[in-house]
Design a protein around this ligand. Structure first.
Ligand code: ADP
Length: 344
């Protein structure tokens, strides 16, 4: 609770300072306008006085009226100038303020998300290490029967896999950040790669029913490691966010859509969880973004999984989106439009 409260407090404080500075600047501008207006009126008064000394209104009426009109025009020009300048200043101040406001909030949000990320990652790194250590110590200290030993070992492997995946995500995210990761594209038997990935996941996921529909013989120019990471991240998310015992389906197929000649390739990972609010469906792909509040959220995570999924898909010329699953849950759908024109 403390962290969120302090964040809101600093947000309030910064908002207060910001509004004060902005209001002060605008008031200063208005005051400058009032002073100029008074000055212009004074100048006009002096000029008229000087005119009455110079030209006599009754003896030289034509010249007097001409001069009077000239003075009025000059006063109008002065008003036009300072009102125009004032408006330009006001627009520049407001535009600058809007830019600064957006930049500051973006930075604050990012640093808050980074803080959440550090908290989540520390937990995510520590908990598998603690579980693995405890399991290994138990195995060393006690003489357990074979079944119990196998259970502890399976559990340790699961935890170290989780650790491995988290490390891969962090590493890859930092490489993406510094544009250092160069995908190694090769012609893959994509159907086989997904099938092997699903089989491996089936071996370690006991909490859900993992099923698949994989069209055989689909080839794709892709980076093997990235594709494995993509599948793992999306399936692990389904495991995390859908109720235990429900079905998770992985589908890979080509489809020719209406009015299209070329087939598109689709990879879908669908779960029967609570689904994702349409308003959140774009934001979940942002770096470190996690739905809800860090203090009330039940599941742990880093907010990197979907960010990486999107980056990977885009690097491979595809598009990823979260859509509704029927009758309930979410489908993460990846579509390759240009699939049939890929280099052989
Ligand atoms: P993490 O899972 O580590 O929080 P992700 O980037 O993988 O980070 O996901 C971002 C957010 O999207 C998650 O915090 C979660 O709220 C939401 N989300 C992801 N996958 C699912 C899913 N299958 N069902 C419901 N919500 C999901």
């Amino acid at each position: 609770m403390k962290k969120t409260a302090s964040w809101f407090q600093s947000k309030k404080l910064i908002s207060g300072i910001y509004v004060f500075v902005l209001a002060y600047t605008v008031l200063q501008l208005l005051w400058w306008g009032v002073l100029l207006h008074q000055q212009s009126k004074q100048i006009a008064g002096y000029e008229r006085l000087e005119l009455t000394h110079r030209v006599h209104e009754l003896t030289q009426p034509a010249e007097f009226s001409y001069e009077m009109q000239r003075l009025q025009k000059e006063q109008q020009m002065r008003t036009f100038k300072y009102v125009g300048e004032g408006i330009i200043f006001l627009v520049l101040i407001l535009a600058g303020a809007a830019v600064v406001y957006r930049a500051v909030w973006k930075q604050m949000k990012l640093s808050q998300q980074q803080q959440n990320f550090m908290m989540a990652v520390t937990h995510e790194l520590k908990s598998p290490i603690a579980v693995a250590k405890l399991n290994l110590e138990t195995l060393r200290r006690h003489k357990l029967d074979e079944e119990k030993q196998a259970k502890l070992l399976d559990n340790t492997i699961r935890e170290t896999n989780r650790l491995d995946q988290l490390c891969n995500n962090i590493l890859l995210a930092s490489q993406f950040e510094h544009q250092k990761y160069q995908p190694y594209l090769e012609k893959l038997d994509f159907s086989q790669l997904i099938q092997l990935g699903v089989d491996e996941l089936k071996g370690r996921i006991a909490s859900h029913q993992l099923t698949s529909f994989i069209q055989p013989g689909i080839e794709l120019q892709a980076d093997r490691f990235m594709m494995q990471l993509l599948l793992n991240n999306l399936v692990e998310n389904a495991v995390k966010y859908a109720t235990k015992g429900t079905e998770i389906q992985v589908r890979l197929y080509t489809e020719t859509e209406e009015d299209e000649e070329e087939p598109v390739l689709k990879l879908e990972i669908c779960d029967e969880g609570e689904g994702i609010d349409p308003a959140e469906r774009k934001r979940i792909f942002e770096k470190f973004y996690r739905i809800g509040n860090e203090n009330t959220r039940k599941s742990k995570g880093s907010g990197l999984g979907l960010y990486l999924a999107k980056k990977i898909v885009e690097q491979h010329g595809g598009q990823i989106a979260a859509i509704d699953n029927e009758p309930k849950g979410t489908c993460f759908q990846i579509v390759w439009d240009e699939y049939s024109t890929q280099p052989a």
